[in-house]
Design a protein around this ligand. Structure first.
Ligand SMILES: [Fe+2]
Ligand SMILES: [Fe+2]
Length: 431
């Protein structure tokens, strides 16, 4: 019989994030303390504690409490400390290491996890449903052993109904067994979008932005631009710009993204923001307004693409030779146009952002790829095209950043004066 896990975390959203994932993936029953006083009381009251997970700010005191108590053996995992000489998880939002460490501490093996018996209707605490606007699958309540549909997918969750369910004693709601992972992924992303970046370390900020970008992409496909998706996008662009400022050097940002095992699409946008901001700071006609515009473009230009394979196509020839299916090829061919049309509907989108997005593969109507870049491209489009070529090189070189040969290649490829001037600035980006 598994004992209790105590989570010491004062941020409500982070606590929800950990509890949900520990429950679903490790089967851990997690109680929470948000102050040291609560930890002390909990330790006195409960004898069957197996594990304590504490955030960095609480870790030293929790360790002291545990060291002082030699009557029992409690495992201790820290999240985010720099110099804790015990089990420590650097990035709490990268959930896998935390789950693995917790499973080990609780004596749950991979085999146990795989063999965990999942009931046909899987329970999730009611409070999680308050974090989402509409569910991605049908949600049931259990009335005397019978499962009754309470919320349909794609319909707004009626808050009043949630309150009534709670009042009539429902602690949990249920999803069909096969829907549970889809729902948990969605809930996890939704919870993460509500965590303020101030509560996170730089590594976690990047993970949070990535999850938000994925959630946004999923929502845009389902419901398009709405006040909700627009808010989410604005907040995430702000977080991503702030995140890239936390890394004074490109190599540091790249190393972190690599460690986070970030997806290509996310990495691509995040590094583009770093490089575009640098260019806008140093171009003689650059200003804050344009910096905003280009960061908006960096976020949205490939939003219609679904995976790294699609996003790594930059020429007609690559598209032709790729093993993508016909609909996928069609999508890649038109992705600039699709994204531009989406952005036009965005309330108060930066002026001209749709044009740059449309032109980001060198074709003014946004369908296909060009090898030669005509004089009809706007100056901002030129900046973006160069930044993108440069960033693709950086991402494919991994940790071994060497820009000399890339700059040389770019100088011969883009030979006109207006391109050369921008390449001069690219050369000065702090590696
Ligand atoms: Fe791109
Ligand atoms: Fe693209």
């Amino acid at each position: 019989m598994q004992g209790i896990t105590l989570l010491v975390e004062d941020n409500d959203e982070l606590a929800k994030f950990y509890r949900l994932n520990l429950k679903v993936w490790v089967g851990a029953d997690v109680c929470r303390a948000s102050t040291i006083k609560e930890v002390e009381v909990f330790l006195q009251k409960n004898k069957n504690i197996d594990l304590i997970i504490s955030k960095a700010a609480f870790t030293p005191v929790v360790k002291k409490l545990l060291d002082a108590d030699n009557s029992r053996e409690i495992s201790h995992i820290d999240i985010g400390s720099r110099n804790f000489d015990g089990e420590t998880i650097e990035n709490g939002l990268e959930i896998k290491p935390l789950l693995q460490a917790s499973a080990k501490a609780l004596g749950v093996t991979a085999k146990d996890m795989a063999q965990m018996v999942v009931p046909d209707y899987f329970p999730l605490e009611l409070l999680y449903f308050a974090t989402i606007k509409e569910p991605v699958c049908p949600i049931y309540s259990c009335n005397d052993g019978e499962y009754v549909l309470v919320f349909r997918p794609d319909e707004d969750i009626d808050r009043q109904r949630l309150v009534e369910l709670k009042k009539s004693g429902h602690e949990s709601l249920f999803v069909e067994k096969n829907d549970r992972l889809k729902l948990v992924t969605n809930l996890t992303q939704e919870i993460v979008t509500k965590i303020k970046p101030e509560a996170l370390n730089p590594a976690e900020v990047l993970s949070a932005s990535e999850m938000t970008q994925q959630l946004l992409q999923f929502k845009l496909r389902r419901i398009g631009i709405t006040p909700e998706t627009a808010e989410l996008a604005k907040a995430n662009i702000k977080n991503m710009v702030a995140a890239s400022r936390k890394f004074p050097k490109l190599s540091k940002l790249m190393a972190r993204l690599l460690k986070n095992k970030s997806s290509y699409l996310y990495k691509h946008s995040q590094v583009l923001m770093f490089v575009c901001s640098h260019l806008m700071d140093h171009i003689d006609w650059g200003n804050e307004e344009q910096k905003k515009t280009i960061n908006f473009v960096a976020f949205f230009h490939d939003i219609a693409l679904e995976n790294a394979e699609q996003a790594q196509i930059h020429t007609e020839a690559q598209l032709k030779e790729s093993k993508l299916s016909k609909p996928e090829k069609e999508l890649v061919n038109k992705h600039a146009q699709i994204a531009a049309e989406l952005v036009v509907k965005f309330p108060h989108a930066p002026m001209g952002a749709d044009t740059i997005i449309r032109q980001h593969h060198g074709i003014s109507h946004g369908v296909g790829f060009s090898d030669s870049y005509g004089g009809n491209l706007s100056p901002m489009s030129v900046v973006f095209i160069l930044a993108e070529d440069f960033v693709d090189h950086l991402i494919s070189s991994g940790t071994d950043l060497n820009i000399e040969s890339k700059i040389k290649q770019m100088r011969s490829r883009y030979s006109t004066q207006r391109f050369q001037k921008i390449i001069d600035i690219l050369e000065t980006v702090a590696l």
